[in-house]
Design a protein around this ligand. Structure first.
Ligand code: GUN
Ligand code: FE
Length: 429
């Protein structure tokens, strides 16, 4: 076996979660990447891989890359600001005024460069991203994401009702035409890592006509879907008023073929989903992007993630920048654990808090399944990995590898400790 760019072996403490709650740690072992595909973890290098380059990271922590299932690129400039509002007010006062700026390609280029650079430097290797309604700016975002080395889905957002003039698409037909243009232009560019995703923002700003057209486009191009669902009580109430024909919020997407069934669909939040809605999410195989920081900041509530896990539903984690103030998926992992403790204490004493191995699973293999075989070091998985150097925060005594890993997340070592990062077998740090 010859070495090539996407074929190599990493040596170090290999940590991954093949199942929810089961953290496997193999100390100073070897993980093999062959043509971008993981071939498993070994104590000794198998003969057939003897010719591959070995990258020696002895005593470093090696883990799968993080999958951010829900993030808004245009909101990155206001991360950590405007946090004193609930969802609907925050959209009107903070979010929409910022997103209007992306009509200007120059501003979009400047802002999206900063965003792409931040994601490249952090722990995220895959992301499902919202742009804005502006097709050309969202194409710029795609180009920058492709260059970053991350593997992403990027959506041109559809909004054709009840939003400020600068963010209102003039008709459902116009929104659909622009969505088509976005998809066709993306195809022409022949990206390897960047794909389009159908993105109706949420039911309050999408007309039925637009949803119907987006459903048709989705089917025609066989694309995945992303949106928001049952995030805050006020939003759920609003949807009940404006979409009375939907049996429940999620049904408002399902009626138009935008809710799983025969497409990969990810819905952010699902904090207030009714039993009927939960049943449909599960039946349709919809992914839930749990965004704990956003749920706290916008005081939306706490999603009952333990319940979803018990029902064997598909769950991953999202940062939801900038409802979530940080693009750090390490934070998302620890926030998910922390909010689950409050949920147990304050809401439902039968819903056990998440453990670190469970939350790590959600951030890797849980969300990774949206992309295919992603988020683990099992044989056949696309190779996404982080190598962490945790020596920057010394400790007076020797910690176990599991403690070191947990500490790396809680102490935010994705800010300074990423030594190397690989996405789909390519080294990007
Ligand atoms: N619902 C509709 N749009 C948004 C958004 O931009 N962020 C969040 N958190 N929820 C939304
Ligand atoms: Fe969001």
């Amino acid at each position: 076996m010859e070495s090539s760019g996407r074929s190599f072996i990493l040596k170090g403490h290999i940590c991954y979660t093949p199942e929810i709650g089961r953290l496997v740690i193999r100390e100073n072992a070897f993980v093999v990447c062959e043509d971008g595909v993981c071939r498993g973890v070994f104590e000794e290098i198998p003969e057939r891989y003897a010719g591959l380059k070995i990258i020696d990271c002895t005593d470093r922590l090696i883990l799968p890359g993080m999958v951010d299932l829900h993030i808004h690129a245009p909101q990155y400039p206001f991360s950590g600001t405007g946090m004193d509002f609930g969802l609907l007010e925050w959209l009107d006062k903070i979010t929409f005024p910022e997103e209007i700026r992306y009509a200007n390609a120059e501003y979009a280029t400047k802002a999206y460069r900063i965003f792409a650079q931040a994601l490249k430097r952090g722990a995220t290797t895959r992301a499902v991203i919202f742009g804005t309604i502006h097709t050309d700016s969202t194409l710029i975002l795609e180009e920058l994401m492709e260059k970053s080395g991350l593997v992403t889905y990027v959506g041109k957002v559809g909004m054709d009702r009840d939003v400020p003039p600068g963010l209102l698409e003039k008709s459902a037909d116009f929104s659909a035409e622009e969505t088509r243009r976005f998809i066709e232009e993306t195809a022409k560019r022949g990206y390897r890592r960047t794909k389009p995703i159908i993105t109706p923002r949420f039911i309050p700003c999408c007309s039925e006509n637009m949803m119907r057209l987006l459903g048709q486009i989705r089917k025609e191009y066989d694309l995945p879907v992303q949106s928001h669902l049952s995030e805050s009580p006020e939003e759920v109430e609003l949807v009940r008023e404006i979409a009375p024909e939907a049996a429940f919020y999620g049904d408002g997407y399902d009626r138009f073929g935008l809710f799983g069934r025969d497409s990969h669909t990810v819905m952010a939040h699902c904090v207030w989903s009714t039993p009927e809605e939960v049943k449909r999410i599960k039946e349709n195989g919809v992914w839930i992007a749990h965004c704990p920081a956003s749920n706290i900041n916008l005081a939306s509530g706490i999603a009952p993630i333990r319940r979803y896990i018990e029902k064997k539903m598909r769950v991953g984690l999202g940062t939801d920048v900038a409802g979530g103030h940080s693009d750090s998926m390490f934070r998302a992992v620890t926030d998910a654990i922390q909010v689950s403790k409050l949920y147990w204490r304050h809401v439902d004493q039968e819903a056990k808090a998440l453990t670190f191995p469970e939350s790590l699973y959600l951030a890797t293999k849980g969300g990774g399944e949206f992309f295919g075989k992603v988020g683990s070091f099992e044989d056949g998985f696309e190779f996404d990995a982080l190598v962490l150097d945790d020596s920057g925060i010394p400790c007076a005594r020797e910690l176990s590898v599991q403690d070191r890993l947990e500490r790396a997340f809680y102490l935010g070592m994705d800010r300074m400790g990423i030594m190397m990062k690989f996405a789909d077998g390519e080294q990007i740090i």
